[in-house]
Design a protein around this ligand. Structure first.
Ligand code: UN1
Length: 515
């Protein structure tokens, strides 16, 4: 631990410089780097030390960036999709080469453990691979026409500029899920990262810039505008030149974005709050249940939207399960996230720590009982807490809120129907799971009478969604889908065509035209 701290300054500058991030960095890019707005110092939650400075873009600079990103679309959309796929392939390879450094920068900037940082970059590489294959599979359908010698078909065309607004917790993966798909779909991307994680955004934009230049394409295809949500974010939300806004963030944030984008009839993909629950059946294998729930709850220090926030345990095994989980919690290694022995790093900032502590007070006031954890650790300038489990009866008001921290609610049930009702009884609908060896129970959980979430797992936890599936959820989670399956369709314009090769006029719906 000491060695890590002593070499801090040197390591930081090595990592930053290897990714083209310097002491002071302009926060805007659309072929050229610019930024003359407010300068912000980026502080690491590990020690509270300054990593670098970023100069935000002004509204005028933003406009110049959007103009170039929009212009770049005019030629990019005409590049054959498989050629666009080659560019994404090269971005994926550049990420492979830079995996270690980028993972370290993620860890330095937002505090997740290095192993999770590496996992995040792996997700970026994986989505690039998926998008490369997709670039030859942007299929449209051909349907039988109701008219003789007519053909009915649909095609998928590029959409335009995609505004990608991302959160601190997956500072780069979310950009890649959107960008890899958007690029093969023929769209250009304008990224506004979280103000808390601008350095990783600069590093990724530089990777994309280099690849685009190597291929002779306009680097404004991957543009960047760093600034506050209330100015730069809202310029993205309100500008009709941005065809699609993909927003990852809080429920109030998504409500705001949704209204602004809808007002101008733009499109949006909303990836908002989660409140993941795991049902632990009396037929569960506890060797699967305990570690899956543990990682789901403490991974990324509870700051994933897929984090396990609630466990709903059959009353007959509640005590045995609780004992085992508490034992694991009691030996959670918490500390510098670059140190491989630690499973939990800091929360992202002091605000997050206070939000967790406030929520714990509220749980107690609402009748909950703290089983373990929930204390702030005395590390200088840092934001370390012990993970907390609170026993509650049902979904108390505070349980229905997403507290973005390692705060896990423990509740019991008698019947599977009651468990499913508890699982569904919150406003969010992102991720859920059941641990059971009973096939009837798992099928019920996956049926229309089961989980109402976008993700419903069996015998694995709520987090760690694979990029091959569509990612997103229902209710206050916002309804958006990104990543795999057919999520690419949201990034394209569908066009339906009828082609008449009969040499005659024939109207649809059997209408006879008598002239
Ligand atoms: C998020 O927390 O915003 O499923 C996304 C997971 C990751 C994605 C989380 N693949 O945990």
């Amino acid at each position: 631990m000491n060695d890590i701290n002593e070499s801090w300054g040197w390591v930081v500058s090595q990592v930053l410089n290897s990714l083209g991030v310097f002491e002071t960095n302009p926060g805007g890019f659309s072929g050229e780097w610019a930024g003359s707005g407010k300068a912000q110092r980026v502080v690491s939650p590990i020690h509270g030390e300054v990593l670098a400075t970023v100069v935000n873009v002004t509204p005028q600079e933003f406009d110049g960036i959007l103009v170039k990103c929009h212009q770049a679309f005019a030629s990019w959309k005409l590049v054959p999709a498989p050629k666009r796929g080659e560019v994404v392939k090269e971005i994926g390879d550049a990420l492979r080469r830079n995996k270690a450094a980028l993972a370290e920068l993620i860890t330095l900037e937002m505090g997740k453990t290095l192993r999770e940082g590496l996992g995040e970059v792996q997700e970026m590489i994986d989505i690039c691979d998926l998008a490369v294959g997709l670039s030859r599979q942007l299929y449209g359908l051909t349907m039988p026409s109701e008219r003789r010698m007519h053909r009915l078909q649909e095609q998928w065309h590029p959409l335009g500029v995609v505004g990608v607004i991302t959160a601190f917790n997956f500072p780069v993966a979310v950009w890649s899920w959107n960008t890899a798909l958007a690029l093969v779909c023929g769209d250009t991307v304008l990224w506004k990262p979280s103000s808390r994680t601008p350095l990783t955004a600069i590093a990724c934009t530089k990777i994309a810039e280099k690849v685009l230049l190597e291929f002779g394409f306009d680097p404004a295809i991957c543009s960047l505008a760093i600034g506050k949500g209330s100015d730069i974010g809202d310029l993205i939300n309100t500008d009709p030149r941005v065809a699609l806004v993909s927003y990852t963030g809080s429920v109030p944030g998504g409500r705001h974005v949704g209204k602004l984008v809808q007002e101008r009839f733009g499109r949006h993909i909303l990836e908002l709050g989660g409140n993941g629950a795991v049902i632990v059946s009396d037929k569960a294998d506890l060797d699967i249940a305990v570690p899956s729930i543990y990682f789901g709850a403490i991974g990324t220090s509870g700051q994933r939207c897929t984090t396990t926030r609630r466990i709903i345990v059959h009353e007959s095994i509640a005590e045995a399960f609780k004992t085992r989980l508490l034992e694991l919690y009691s030996r959670t290694a918490i500390g510098d996230p670059r140190d491989g022995k630690n499973l939990m790093g800091p929360l992202v900032d002091a605000v997050a720590v206070n939000t967790m502590l406030d929520a714990i007070e509220t749980v107690k006031a609402q009748g909950g009982k703290i089983l373990c954890g929930g204390e702030k650790l005395p590390a200088a300038g840092a934001c370390y807490v012990t993970p907390c489990i609170a026993e509650v009866i049902g979904n108390l008001p505070i349980v229905k809120e997403e507290t973005f921290a390692p705060l896990l609610y423990f509740m019991t049930y008698k019947t599977i129907e009651e468990a499913i009702a508890l699982q569904n009884g919150v406003p969010q609908g992102l991720s859920s799971a059941i641990i059971t060896n009973d096939q009837r129970e798992s099928e019920l959980f996956l049926s229309a009478a089961g989980s109402d979430c976008g993700i419903a797992n069996v015998n694995t936890g709520t987090s760690g969604a694979e990029i091959g599936g569509a990612f997103g959820g229902e209710k206050e989670t916002g309804g958006g889908r990104e990543s795999g399956s057919d999520a690419w369709k949201a990034y394209m314009r569908r066009q339906t065509s009828v082609i008449n090769f009969s040499g005659q006029v024939e109207l649809a719906q059997g209408i006879i035209l008598e002239l």
